[in-house]
Design a protein around this ligand. Structure first.
Ligand code: HEC
Length: 251
């Protein structure tokens, strides 16, 4: 299908104006990707943007303490049952930090049990692979001693954000699609691009809600969001090229 009009055929002033619009949209795209990074990177309490940050925002993370998990799963089979239970009781208590090396507990203090039963493997100097996870000091132990409870962003905030994003991003996508349709590029590319951009947008936005139920949708958000951004960048570049590349002579 031929375009109803070609951007290249527009008057110079109009093409210059459209160039400004396309450049502003590219700037906006860059800014929103950068905003995504700064807004989410600390979400899982670890530096750097990772999928866990997105899982924490859109789904929430409920991870039990690794120390308790491994004790419950029967790790360290040599550990006497009474000591296992006393460690688990300590991890389930409200005094995890205070009681770690509480002298009143004597040989039952968690630090004493760990030193007696665990640090032959879990020490920096140990030859055992367990040395990768040292349990010598409170600073080592505290990283594994607490559950990670990172609730998802409240639904009210998600719907408020969705109400702004869904309509503005849909209109933006529509405008860029329409401009792309008026370029010299082959019809399959113009239609295929529209298909990708439009479907990626709705997949991304609708997954904001589905991700609350199932963390798998966080991957859809990430993949569809990336696809939409790439589509947007390529579409804007193709519009800029159409605006300024000279027409090829037809023979
Ligand atoms: C015989 C050696 C050995 C002993 C004793 C031992 N561990 Fe381990 N432990 C290991 C090894 C090996 C790993 C796996 C390390 C890795 O994944 O790199 C491990 C892993 C762990 C992990 C991490 C589990 C996870 O989430 O990946 C925890 C927590 C742990 N041990 C706690 C303990 C505690 C508490 C004790 C004492 C009660 C103990 N271990 C005694 C060898 C040992």
């Amino acid at each position: 299908m031929n375009p109803p009009l070609r951007l290249r055929a527009l008057p110079f002033a109009l093409r210059a104006g459209l160039t400004g619009v396309a450049l502003a949209l590219l700037l906006g795209l860059w800014a929103s990707l950068d905003h995504l990074r700064t807004a989410h990177e600390k979400r899982d309490e670890l530096p750097g943007l990772s999928l866990d940050d997105l899982v924490a925002s859109y789904h929430g993370i409920h991870a039990p303490a690794r120390l308790a998990e491994s004790l419950r799963s029967g790790h360290a089979p040599e550990l006497p049952q009474a000591e296992r239970e006393s460690l688990l009781a300590w991890l389930g208590s409200k005094r995890v930090a205070e009681d770690f090396d509480n002298p009143d507990l004597g040989a039952k203090a968690p630090a004493e049990i760990l030193a007696a039963r665990c640090t032959n493997c879990h020490a920096r100097k140990s030859q055992d692979p367990g040395a990768r996870i040292p349990l010598e000091y409170w600073d080592d132990v505290k990283k594994l001693a607490f559950a990670r409870e990172l609730p998802a962003t409240p639904l009210e905030i998600v719907t408020t954000s969705l109400h702004a994003h869904a309509s503005s991003m849909a209109l933006l996508t529509l405008a860029v699609m329409a401009l792309c349709f008026c370029t010299r590029w082959p019809a399959w590319l113009r239609s295929g691009g529209a298909l990708v951009g439009g479907l990626a947008l709705v997949a991304d936005l609708s997954s904001w809600l589905s991700a609350r139920e199932s963390a798998a949708f966080v991957y859809v958000i990430a993949a569809a969001g990336a696809l939409w951004s790439v589509w947007m960048a390529l579409a804007l570049v193709s519009i800029l090229l159409e605006l300024w590349l000279p027409e090829r002579e037809r023979t």
